[in-house]
Design a protein around this ligand. Structure first.
Ligand SMILES: [Fe+2]
Ligand SMILES: [Fe+2]
Length: 202
């Protein structure tokens, strides 16, 4: 069932349709569909976990807002908004969350820090994640079009225990990066250490 919310909390100055229109301009059709699936998954997880569904909707829709911006936009934003210059060593995979949150704030006028942190942390996770942050991190991983070995295990965990789903993702993402000789961002290791030993069997 697709939930189309009426926004009432003034987290975004406009309707859901107006937010969708702004996001659609930024994304290719495939990714635009992805963010709508993440939104629906996030709303379902919010309902299950007693989290604000309007925040889940907005965070789900905007989480990849900056994904298709050119590198120059991120580099300019890192300088303009005085973000940690260490970010300049990274690339789109990290920038679209951490720097993307600043673009969302300034271009869409969304200032809710829980929503912005959900965007900032959706790729790497974080040592502390609010319930909304856990929901976006998980929804991005298990949305209905995701198809990788273990995704059904992740979905079943998410239905029962959100924190276990976070631990599952932190563990399996790190294992994937190591097995494939890919860069591991320090924050992903912090996330692993903070979440996985709590649920070592996920
Ligand atoms: Fe993303
Ligand atoms: Fe995503």
């Amino acid at each position: 069932m697709v939930t189309e919310l009426t926004y009432t909390e003034h987290l975004f100055a406009g309707t859901r349709d107006e937010l969708l229109a702004k996001i659609e301009k930024q994304l290719k059709p495939k990714r635009f569909k992805h963010v709508q699936r993440v939104e629906q998954t996030a709303i379902a997880l919010a309902q299950m976990n007693d989290v604000d569904v309007e925040k889940a909707s907005i965070a789900g829709l905007v989480h990849d807002y900056a994904k298709q911006r050119p590198d120059e936009d991120f580099i300019a934003a890192i300088k303009q908004y005085h973000l940690n210059p260490i970010l300049l060593d990274y690339g789109n995979a990290i920038w679209h969350g951490v720097v993307g949150a600043e673009l969302i704030k300034h271009e869409l006028g969304i200032y809710d820090e829980d929503i912005l942190n959900a965007v900032r942390h959706h790729t790497t996770g974080a040592i502390y994640m609010s319930p909304l942050e856990q929901i976006i991190y998980t929804a991005d991983y298990i949305e209905p079009a995701r198809d990788f070995p273990g995704v059904d295990d992740a979905r079943q965990l998410a239905d029962k225990n959100l924190a276990k789903a976070v631990a599952f993702q932190a563990k399996h993402t790190l294992a994937y990066l190591v097995e494939n000789g890919k860069t591991v961002y320090p924050k992903s290791i912090d996330t692993y250490n903070a979440w996985v030993p709590r649920y070592p069997n996920v």
